[in-house]
Design a protein around this ligand. Structure first.
Ligand code: 6MZ
Length: 378
């Protein structure tokens, strides 16, 4: 390698490490889309040995790196076969938090679809209990879920007495997803479950699922119920060019929108101008959008347009496992594709604090995290 190439490689490495060290806020991460490939392969092997699936076929599908939008939803059906029993749900929830914390995500909103599965004795409630059990099982980092730490003071202080260095801390909150395949009644069940679990780390509702399936009118009563109950809502919007639905979503005015890929000029204008009471924040998922064709390329991604218009946005992974990305990588991509400086990347990460669904106490403590990090990173 000549000196120039070596210098370039060192600069890339330095920038990647800086993006990992940057404290980050993740607002759009689907639980089952964020599962480690190694875990999926292990689960597939286990089901293969039991004759439930053909491991070799599944292995190739898991390891494939390019995925179209329809392929993603076929894959989710496979993931759900692999992951949907209580113990596995607990395991993946634990691992997903560990993975985000390892790359310095300091606040994580995980969204997941509560699932009924009679064969496994699973109800939407027991599914969510299994998720929460997983969050409580994390040991490498301190997980803050309810506004107070899980671990008792006794355990914490004994760790300090043992001379163990202070652990990283991550705030985790849960959003319950309504799958577009669900009926009005099932969607309402999910919102009612969110109401029931508001004191257990659940803080919002998401509408997601295959964008070519289902009708807006089916979910509207549940989304309206969430709104009436004061539960924050985020909606996947414009993953495909469904003009009627994009219009309806913009009229509904959720607090946040995911993706917003296929908006036309009038819809862009509307999104940028609506103030009810503030602008709707956009969860930007670069890698996901490019892989699934929602954006033609990284360079032509609508991030640039929204960023230049100073529209509120945050970088997110969507499905870090499925798309082999990480939140640090998404920041790195923004730096290298759009030329943002470290100062601008820091601002972008810090600004995401304003859009978390958690309360002002959490926001205040996250602002402190960034204040401390600023001295170190800039
Ligand atoms: C729409 C998506 C998605 O809920 O089982 N999901 N919905 N667009 C996307 N972009 C690619 N990525 C994930 O996580 C998996 C579920 O999240 C939704 C789909 O409904 C998928 O089945 P959970 O934890």
């Amino acid at each position: 390698m000549d000196t120039e190439t070596e210098g370039k490689a060192a600069a890339v490495e330095e920038m990647r490490e800086w993006c990992v060290a940057l404290p980050k806020v993740e607002l759009h991460a689907h639980l089952n889309g964020s599962v480690r490939n190694s875990t999926l392969l292990e689960l597939a092997k286990h089901l293969g040995d039991k004759g439930v699936i053909v491991f070799e076929d599944v292995k190739d599908v898991i390891m494939k790196s390019d995925r179209s939008l329809p392929e993603c939803f076929k894959l989710f059906d496979l993931f759900h076969i692999l992951t949907t029993d209580h113990d596995t749900v607990t395991r993946i929830a634990k691992e997903v938090v560990e993975d985000f914390a390892a790359e310095n995500v300091v606040y994580l909103e995980i969204r997941t679809t509560p699932k009924n599965n009679e064969a496994k004795g699973m109800t939407k409630r027991s599914y969510m209990d299994a998720v929460i059990k997983g969050l409580k099982a994390v040991e490498d980092v301190d997980v803050e879920l309810f506004g107070s730490n899980f671990r008792t003071n006794e355990t914490l202080s004994s760790k300090l007495l043992d001379g163990v260095t202070k652990k990283k801390k991550i705030y985790v909150r849960l959003l319950l997803s309504i799958d577009r395949r669900e009926t009005t009644s099932a969607a309402l069940d999910t919102v009612n479950l969110a109401v029931e679990m508001m004191d257990q780390g659940v803080i919002g509702i998401d509408l997601s699922g295959n964008p070519v399936v289902g009708e807006w009118e089916t979910y509207l009563p549940a989304l309206q119920h969430a709104k009436n109950m004061g539960i924050p809502v985020t909606i996947h919007c414009g993953e495909v060019a469904n003009r009627k639905e994009i219009q309806a979503v913009l009229d509904f005015c959720p607090q946040r929108l995911g993706h917003v890929c296929c908006l036309n000029d009038v819809e862009w204008k509307k999104l940028k101008s609506l103030m009810i009471p503030t602008k709707m924040q956009v969860e930007i998922c670069l890698t996901s959008n490019v892989m699934t064709g929602g954006a033609p390329s990284l360079e032509l991604h609508h991030f640039a347009d929204l960023y230049n218009a100073k529209h509120p946005l945050s970088l997110c992974t969507d499905d870090s496992g499925l798309f082999s990305t990480s939140l640090s990588n998404e920041y790195y991509l923004v730096a290298t594709t759009f030329g943002l400086s470290k100062f601008e990347l820091f601002q972008l990460a810090q600004d995401a604090v304003q859009f978390v669904f958690a309360d002002d106490v959490v926001k205040k403590s996250l602002k402190e995290v960034f204040k401390h990090a600023e001295k170190r990173l800039l």
